[in-house]
Design a protein around this ligand. Sequence first.
Ligand SMILES: [Zn+2]
Length: 67
Amino acid sequence: MAKKKKGPRQSAGLKCKACGAFGYITEYNKLNDQLKKQQDGKGTFPLQKYCSVCRVHTEHSMSKKLK
Ligand SMILES: [Zn+2]
């Protein structure tokens, strides 16, 4: 298991909203995410990403199962 990182950058798994397939592992800055939410009401997620199951770009939401 990967060592848990400290600091604002957090690992996140990305899951396709349309089919639920687990697609990506990414990192995001928790502080930037909070800032974005304050500014325009939207956070970093969902992201437009290519889903290899749907074979189109779909919205991907964060999956918290990642450790
Ligand atoms: Zn999909």
